[in-house]
Ligand binder design. Structure first.
Ligand SMILES: NC(=O)c1ccc[n+]([C@@H]2O[C@H](COP(=O)([O-])OP(=O)(O)OC[C@H]3O[C@@H](n4cnc5c(N)ncnc54)[C@H](OP(=O)(O)O)[C@@H]3O)[C@@H](O)[C@H]2O)c1
Length: 338
């Protein structure tokens, strides 16, 4: 008997902020497994800001999604049928066949996870791609050194919250910005950072800069960039000599419909010998072993905590994705499929 699976397809390419009509729910009958394949029942799927870029028809570090085709992304599931002796029924996999209830895979490139180590969905967040992004971005790209003052944007999000807590675990002064008072309270009271500011309280770039300066009174040595815009302009003015800025993302720009001028004060990079470096997590997979040694240890010691926002059902996946651009998530944005 064939398996029926619901999936979300790209109905049209978004212009500006993604909207419900850009997505389409479909139901498919899956074919019988071929030798070497496994059928994965997905329990969790991830929605991530980078998927917005894949909805545009441009070549980037990952190919664009195609209109009319099912979307893809990180997911956690359990093998429920197997024609692959190396991947038996009951194996839990972290794989890229998300945005659907069931995935057929050859199971070879998928990462096996131990659901006894942590709740399985943690492998889409703190123990998965966002966690490794934080680890590699801060430690390798940001070249974190003793005594550095760290400023993190989107600080309560999946990546930002881990950046903040790694820096705290290593004994640094850490400040950050987030888009609500509740998120700031969590950052100070639970994540333990030194100062969090709600950037939505400041109506202009100079006001935001003044708040960031007050939050980081000795200046910024590592500016972890997740948002761009006024935060970046402010950071360039506040960074110390030889400061580093790992450019992880610029979510405030992802829905732009026209080119936007860059920061007017880029000349600060010369005057202060700043190092601004973009990076993609997949270029740092060689750090995965160290990451999977250090982060579970920090979690065990109570030094890394995390929040999740969970939408239930595949039908809600587009809402969860769109919510990323409105700050609807507190910590990792997830969709629970079963
Ligand atoms: N380079 C890489 O390999 C890599 C890998 C993963 C992620 N990233 C990037 O890292 C950043 C964070 O990703 P994430 O997965 O951890 O997402 P996230 O921070 O969990 O969720 C996105 C958050 O961005 C904030 N935001 C949305 N629109 C904003 C705006 N206009 N201005 C300021 N903040 C805004 C919202 O929080 P507030 O409530 O605080 O506004 C929202 O909750 C993104 O830029 C993403 O593209 C890069």
């Amino acid at each position: 008997m064939s398996t029926t699976s619901k999936e979300i397809r790209l109905a049209s390419r978004p212009t500006g902020m993604p909207a419900a009509e850009n997505f389409e729910l479909a139901e498919v009958d899956l074919p019988a497994l071929e030798d070497g394949q496994v059928l994965i029942k997905n329990h969790w799927m991830s929605v991530d800001p980078y998927m917005r870029g894949r909805m545009m028809d441009i070549q980037s570090y990952v190919p664009p999604f195609q209109v009319g085709e099912v979307l893809s992304g990180g997911a956690i599931g359990e093998v429920v049928e197997s024609k692959n002796p190396d991947c038996p029924v009951g194996t839990w996999l972290n794989h890229m066949g998300g945005w659907r209830e069931f995935t057929i895979s050859d199971g070879m490139l998928d990462q096996r996870i131990d659901p006894n180590l942590a709740p399985p969905q943690a492998f889409l967040g703190v123990l998965g791609m966002p966690g490794l992004t934080a680890y590699a971005g801060l430690l390798r790209v940001g070249e974190l050194k003793d005594g550095d003052q760290v400023f993190v944007t989107a600080a309560s999000g999946a990546v930002g919250s881990v950046v903040c807590q790694i820096a705290k675990a290593k004994g640094h002064y850490v400040a950050g910005s987030a888009g609500s008072d509740d998120k700031c309270k969590w950052l100070e009271d639970i994540a333990g950072i030194d100062k969090a500011i709600n950037y939505k309280n400041y109506g202009s770039q100079p006001e935001l800069e003044a708040a960031m300066a007050e939050a980081c009174p000795k200046g910024i040595d590592v500016y972890f960039e997740n948002v761009g815009g006024d935060h970046l302009t402010s950071a360039l003015n506040l960074m110390n000599q030889f400061a580093r800025a790992p450019f992880c993302g610029m979510i405030s720009r992802y829905n732009d419909t026209a080119p936007v001028a860059g920061p007017p004060n880029l000349v600060m990079t010369v005057a202060k010998s700043l190092k601004l470096q973009g990076f993609i997590v997949t270029n740092h997979l060689d750090m995965a072993e160290d990451f999977l040694r250090d982060v579970p240890a920090w979690i065990k010691d109570g030094k890394i905590k995390w929040e999740e926002t969970v939408y239930e059902g595949i039908e809600k996946a587009p809402d969860a994705f769109m919510g990323l651009f409105a700050g609807a998530n507190f910590g990792k944005m997830l969709v629970k499929l079963s």
